[in-house]
Design a protein around this ligand. Structure first.
Ligand SMILES: [Zn+2]
Length: 459
């Protein structure tokens, strides 16, 4: 589209511009390479996707711009006016994992990020806080340099230990406790195996394996049973055929004749395997379990049947050699710790039953579950005044890992009590840290702090 504009000449001999072109408000600006609207669009794309991905999208949308241009536009965006927060959340994030860290500050009332700065040490935070005297509540993680910085930078502010971290630390202590009681997790062997009089241990149980069924006979038996079950349940023959994925003809054949007739036929056919059975058993006992190898071997001995038949037969031998374990495997400590940390109403019926059995045979784990329950209660109902009695109750039980957790709480008790009493929690800050991670990932090597900051604060 062409736009016609007028060019003006200046009469004032002292004017440096001499001529100037008419501008269309909102569309053009002197010396601009693109319209205001296009600049807006590109800056928005740059904010969302940063350089490389942004440039790719922009060119697809018919607004080609190189990635440096996009980043320059993002840098040129005005920062939002700095709000004066009263309740803030603080957390750290990795700029380069294990090497460079930064700190993010969130306004807990609006849930907006207000600042990020490099470093996560007490001095930096204290200096940041000293410049902003209006802050009255500081939500932070447990203890450490942020606690120190907050005390120095805003001595009058109430510190709130973040509930999310409290709960995570409690979870770690429960993990340790359950691991220490790993021996209590498996079900004890049934009483009659305990050999109270020493007699039941003597001698293996009498073993009389049923003869191995010929594969085809076995299949017939299963198919016959399945068909009759479906027909007895009221299915039509066509429905039964569809359900089992077999032809209707087969259903007719099995429905109309007794099982023995099919078995007889199958056994006749499969009994051709009889001649080779000794060989198969011998080789299986030697450790050769590969049906393909065994098939080739008996082919040399004269077998003319299919590989599939040999495979099915070997599968039965294998099943017999490794019967499925009778004792259920005990749940892993980590899993049990997860159950203990869960709301009992949210456990599946199976998990609840297993947990109940475990707690019934281990008084320490039972006590742990009670303490977890009352801690969860404090968090949910914000009854931090019960913290001292909770700590006393924990100390009365023989639970070393929970003892160190409780001792940690007493070191930061004012902030922990505030965390269990006041409505603020670092949840929004955690969300911001996750968003930071996402933005950082989309910037690849260009994770310069100023750019990261702009993208976080403006979007
Ligand atoms: Zn135990």
């Amino acid at each position: 589209m062409d736009v016609g504009v007028r060019r003006f000449r200046c009469d004032d001999p002292g004017c440096g511009a001499a001529t100037f072109a008419e501008q269309i408000p909102g569309l053009t600006a002197p010396f601009a390479r693109r319209t205001a609207g296009l600049t807006d669009c590109l800056a928005t794309i740059g904010l969302a996707l940063a350089g490389r991905a942004g440039a790719r999208l922009a060119s697809k949308l018919g607004m080609p711009a190189c990635r440096d241009t996009l980043i320059r536009l993002v840098r040129a965006l005005p920062e939002p006016p700095a709000a004066v927060p009263t309740v803030i959340g603080i957390d750290d994030f990795a700029l380069r994992k294990g090497a460079v860290y930064g700190t993010v500050i969130v306004d807990m009332e609006t849930h907006r990020s207000i600042d990020i700065f490099p470093g996560r040490d007490a001095d930096t935070l204290a200096a940041w806080l000293a410049e902003r005297p209006g802050i009255t509540v500081i939500c932070r993680d447990r203890g450490g340099s942020y606690a120190d910085g907050a005390r120095r930078g805003a001595p009058d502010a109430i510190e709130v230990a973040d509930r999310w971290h409290l709960w995570a630390n409690l979870g770690a202590a429960v993990d340790k406790t359950v691991s220490a009681h790993a021996a209590c997790l498996p079900e004890p062997p049934p009483a009659d195996n305990l050999a109270a009089d020493g007699r039941s241990e003597a001698g293996p149980p009498p073993q009389s394996d049923p003869p191995i069924e010929y594969p085809l006979a076995r299949r017939h038996r299963e198919r016959h049973a399945a068909i009759h079950e479906l027909l007895a349940a009221g299915c039509s023959r066509a429905e039964a055929a569809r359900e089992l994925g077999i032809s209707e003809r087969t259903v007719y054949r099995f429905a109309g004749t007794p099982l023995e007739q099919h078995l007889g036929r199958a056994n006749n056919r499969a009994s051709r395997l009889d001649r080779f059975m000794d060989h198969l058993h011998q080789r299986f006992a030697d450790g050769v379990h590969n049906a393909r190898v065994l098939h080739r071997e008996i082919e040399l001995l004269g077998w003319r049947g299919s590989l599939r038949t040999v495979e099915r037969y070997i599968a039965q031998l294998r099943e017999r050699a490794n019967p499925p374990p009778t004792a259920p495997t005990p749940p892993k400590p980590r899993k049990v710790a997860g159950w203990i940390m869960s709301d009992p109403d949210h456990l599946t019926a199976g998990a609840a039953m297993q947990l109940k059995a475990i707690l019934a045979r281990c008084p320490e784990l039972e006590a742990t579950r009670k303490h977890v329950g009352s801690f969860a209660n404090m968090i949910q109902n914000l009854t931090g005044d019960r913290l001292p009695s909770w700590i006393d109750a924990v100390r009365a039980d023989d639970l070393p890992a929970l003892h160190s957790f409780a001792t940690g709480l007493t070191r930061d008790q004012a902030a922990v009590t505030a965390g269990l009493t006041l409505p603020w929690s670092n949840g929004p800050t955690e969300g911001t840290v996750n968003r930071l991670k996402m933005i950082k990932r989309s910037m690849y090597g260009r994770a310069n702090l100023d750019l990261l900051r702009r993208r976080l604060l403006i979007t």
